[in-house]
Design a protein around this ligand. Structure first.
Ligand SMILES: C[S@@+](CC[C@H](N)C(=O)[O-])C[C@H]1O[C@@H](n2cnc3c(N)ncnc32)[C@H](O)[C@@H]1O
Length: 392
């Protein structure tokens, strides 16, 4: 072996890759999968900083859904994780801000590494959960978090609910960001397609207890069991401003003009029902995280884009982005300032775009917008649900 090749092999060792990503603080996550021990599902590891020192948190997810956590100094993580990998897993994915690297363990015990990590473009170290100041960490949130089975009575979040906790907390941060766009007086808020109503309770709690506002909150969903459960929880908590309605979000109208319409993962065109309903009622602010995007995939007919749409995977990615971009444009035509925001860490869920629309108080709507929207639709061969619902 030439010295150059040996040096290159050395550089590609799993341990060195982990060490470099940890030292550079570009490591987002390491996932060990295909375990030999079938009582284990996977192990994931990520860096966090505590009191100025860097640690690696290891989370082993067991087949029964339970999670076991262990924190080790970041300096020991490379050897430790490589050892774990060699002794019990078939695959390791090292994900950094500069790309990812996959290591596969062959049956003969050889490690094959495919390294696509480029010089990275940003650090990825998170603060430890205990240190990050979550809006939901407030003691007054414990009651509803406990009833919704997110935490125990003392507010300690259950391992399997951490992702949900982070998601609704992040949503509250986004409500906080637009708080000054909400009107004075009693607030009417609705969560359309509310499902189990995690978000409905969180936003009601935030506005009522953290912002001291009088709120009428409406949660609407087609599923009667969930609506009945949420109504019972609201009563138990004494959240008297919460109202749950079993029914179609289509045509749902609040008794007074909504200040805020929220929606998290309303499937496919249910998101368009939410957006159209909010626009028709002139909601001041809309925060909506779309879910699966199927409609456009069945419509798109654009020869210039065939080089993308001929590949089913890329066709879907294009349709996901185009659907939300058309929604943004259509909302702008209605006088909203619209932004697309990342909701949580994209590693946690692919359904991660949040559309934030704030109704403009003054100034004319740009007259070129409707034509820009129609041109985009013609180019894609699209007839989007949001446009149809708004009477196009
Ligand atoms: C993926 S779930 C999301 C639930 C909840 N927002 C969450 O994030 O936990 C989608 C929900 O939308 C509801 N849904 C779908 N179409 C609806 C419609 N037209 N009217 C009311 N609810 C609807 C379903 O019953 C389901 O509970």
């Amino acid at each position: 072996m030439t010295p150059g090749k040996r040096k290159n092999d050395e550089k590609n060792q799993m341990k060195s890759i982990i060490r470099k990503a940890a030292d550079d603080r570009t490591l987002k996550k390491i996932v060990l999968s295909r375990p030999a021990d079938k009582t284990v599902k996977k192990l994931s590891a990520s860096l966090f900083e505590k009191n100025g020192s860097l640690f690696m948190q290891l989370e082993t997810i067991r087949s029964d859904g339970k999670a076991v956590h262990e924190n080790i100094p970041a300096g020991e993580a490379d050897a430790y994780i490589e050892g774990m990998f060699k002794s019990g897993y078939g695959q390791a994915d090292i994900i950094t801000t500069g790309g990812s690297c996959t290591a596969l363990l062959s049956s003969s015990g050889k490690i094959h590494i495919k390294n696509n990590i480029k010089p990275a473009a940003g650090i990825a170290v998170r603060q430890h959960d205990a240190e990050k100041r979550y809006i939901l960490a407030d003691e007054s949130a414990h009651d509803f978090l406990y009833l919704l089975d997110i935490s125990d009575q003392k507010g300690r979040v259950f391992d399997k609910k951490r992702a949900k906790y982070r998601q609704i907390n992040r949503f509250l941060e986004l409500v906080d960001d637009v708080y000054d766009k909400l009107p004075p007086g009693k607030l009417t808020v609705c969560d359309l397609c509310c499902g189990k109503s995690y978000l409905t309770f969180a936003v009601y709690w935030y506005l009522t207890f953290k912002r001291d506002r009088a709120v009428d909150m409406y949660g609407v969903d087609l599923k009667s069991d969930m609506i009945a459960g949420s109504s019972a929880f609201a009563e138990k908590l004494g959240y008297s401003g919460m109202h749950f309605i079993c029914g179609d979000a289509f045509g749902f109208v609040t008794p007074s003009k909504p200040a805020l319409v929220i929606s998290l993962h309303a499937c496919d065109t249910a998101t368009d029902i939410v957006l159209a309903g909010a626009v028709k009622q002139e909601a001041d602010v809309i925060l909506s995280t779309p879910c699966c995007h199927h409609e456009l995939s069945g419509q798109i007919d654009s020869p210039p884009l065939a080089f993308i749409t001929d590949s089913p995977i890329l066709r879907q990615k294009l349709c996901d982005a185009a659907t939300d971009a058309l929604r943004m444009l259509r909302l702008r035509c209605e006088g909203y300032d619209v932004t697309a925001i990342e909701l949580v860490d994209p590693d946690e869920t692919p359904k991660n775009v949040l559309l934030r629309a704030v109704r403009r108080k003054n100034g004319p709507v740009d007259a070129a917008l409707p034509e820009a929207y129609r041109t985009a639709c013609r180019f894609l061969g699209a007839d989007p649900a949001l446009g149809r619902l708004l009477g196009d």
